[in-house]
Write a protein that binds this ligand. Structure first.
Ligand code: ZN
Length: 506
């Protein structure tokens, strides 16, 4: 039928259609119709139900939550990312359970796991060999000796890197160098007393979850331990030459490799000139599981339901999927539900390193997550005052009777402690849209990461308004003529200039 319409007229009609669509996608009335309190309650009551056992990374229950999100994308008509045929991004993990037994024998001395040493790798079994002493096990030292078949004993950390966090990072790096150089084990003497040994043993000796690049590559795990060497006597013994061989054994469950899933969808934009640009709307859907000392069977009081954190945010992404599939904005919308946020922002980090659309085509990330709320008249935008989208964010909250306020506790550095930080570091303006938080007070702490964070304790009228304002903010940003950038002088401004190849006007 179109062929009977003169070309100029058909272009005119297309113009009308496309501008109307754009105008509609940030219409508060349409958002009210689409994002209903009933939908929001459904999403949150379902995802935060006891049967999900706290949506722990690596659990079947989290996989069911992923399926739920992917299915909503599918029925709403959300597409998979260009070039992919699944909503899932497989994120490889390795889980290492705490060892059950372990001993280290050097000369006449025997050391016991937990009280004397901590295993730093997933190695299980026994190893023995000739010892070589290095000061730290720096790259230069390793290159200057023959490590083939040797057990390396060295100090923890690297020169100038003695903070606990640096030591842990250096440790992993050193283990890799030593393995590559043919070494068969790494024993590090922890001689600085920066935190109590018991705290460290509890922290590093528990079940641990790592993100791996791929399963094959990381298969050979070097036997690697930290020995408590705080007393001068023990430090001298382990660093000395009164023994030439050691044997080490660590027993326990073998490491388990598995995939967890980021759920990713795309809604194509309507503007031919802007649809290659994406606004990323993201929320983590995992939570912290069940309390570790739970009895069998696990009852509700031992389950971290994670209703506020982050079934609410997940519902925000699901409702955005529904709304924007019906009312696509000018730019494309990239929807993401991240796994393993509670294990160290791991799912989002994987995506940032393995993006399914080029990062320089993602013009903004509006992440939705938070600790809970103590003020139902506001939304707290962690990152308000840092990007050019402030007016859109404020107007969107106002449209639903709320006021957007900035981070009330900048000293807590919340901006850099959420999934958005991976994208901010890459240069993408990336605030987190949180429920109304004015301080970390008793109201917040009562629910935050507690088993009390249950779906029946939520003010759904407020949460619905909050999610509607999130969708509106996304629509406004996606429809802007110019993508909103970091404000001048921001910590991540330079990263953004590099990412987008921006010309800077001076
Ligand atoms: Zn969270």
């Amino acid at each position: 039928m179109l062929k009977y319409i003169p070309a100029s007229l058909s272009i005119f009609i297309l113009f009308i259609i496309s501008t109307t669509a754009a105008a509609q996608s940030d219409d508060p009335n349409l958002i009210m119709e689409s994002v209903t309190q009933q939908n929001v309650e459904f999403n949150i009551y379902f995802l935060a139900a006891d049967e999900f056992l706290g949506r722990d990374t690596g659990s079947n229950e989290l996989d069911i939550a992923a399926r739920f999100i992917a299915t909503t994308f599918q029925v709403y008509g959300v597409k998979t990312a260009p070039g992919y045929d699944s909503y899932y991004q497989n994120v490889p993990f390795r889980e290492v359970k705490a060892p059950t037994r372990g001993t280290l024998t050097a000369g006449d001395s025997t050391f016991t796991i937990s009280s004397d040493f901590i295993s730093m790798s997933g190695f299980r079994g026994g190893v023995e060999g000739e010892v070589i002493h290095l000061e730290y096990g720096s790259r230069e030292e390793i290159e200057s000796v023959d490590l083939e078949g040797k057990v390396v004993i060295a100090g923890t950390g690297l020169p100038g890197q003695t903070a606990p966090r640096q030591m842990i990072q250096a440790s992993a790096q050193k283990a890799e160098w030593i393995r590559d150089a043919g070494g068969i084990a790494l024993i590090e003497r922890l001689s600085q007393q920066q935190m109590s040994w018991q705290m460290l043993a509890n922290f590093l000796g528990r079940d641990r979850l790592f993100r791996v690049d791929d399963f094959e590559e990381t298969e050979i795990e070097l036997p690697h331990i930290w020995v408590e060497s705080i007393s001068e006597e023990r430090n001298q013994f382990l660093g000395g030459d009164s023994f030439s061989e050691v044997s080490l054994s660590v027993e326990g469950d073998p490491a388990r490799d598995f995939y967890s899933y980021n759920v990713i969808g795309v809604i194509e934009g309507t503007d031919p000139d802007l649809k290659d640009e994406y606004i990323l709307l993201s929320a983590h859907y995992d939570h912290t599981g069940v309390v570790s000392y739970h009895p069998e069977p696990i009852t509700g009081e031992y389950i971290y339901n994670g209703a506020r954190d982050n079934a609410v945010g997940t519902s925000g992404v699901i409702e955005a999927a529904k709304y924007f599939a019906e009312n696509p904005p000018r730019r494309s919308v990239l929807l993401a539900a991240w796994t393993a946020e509670e294990r160290g922002l791991l799912g989002s980090g994987y995506f940032a390193e393995n993006p399914m659309v080029p990062l320089n085509q993602i013009i903004y990330n509006l992440n939705i997550d938070g600790a809970g709320y103590n003020d139902t008249s506001v939304v707290t935008v962690i990152g308000l005052g840092r990007t050019e989208a402030d007016d859109d964010l404020k107007a969107s909250a106002e449209a639903f009777g709320l006021e957007a306020i900035p981070d009330p506790v900048p000293e807590q550095n919340l901006f850099n402690r959420s999934d958005n930080v991976h994208f901010a570091r890459a240069g993408i303006p990336a605030p987190t849209y949180s429920m109304g938080l004015t301080a970390f007070d008793d109201d917040i702490n009562y629910y935050y990461h507690q088993t009390t964070d249950e779906p029946n304790t939520i003010d759904y009228e407020y949460v619905t308004a909050y999610i509607r304002s999130f969708v509106l903010a996304a629509g406004k940003i996606a429809n802007r003529d110019e993508a909103p950038f970091w404000l001048p002088g921001d910590e991540y401004e330079q990263a953004g200039i590099d990412l987008y190849d921006y010309e800077v006007e001076n």
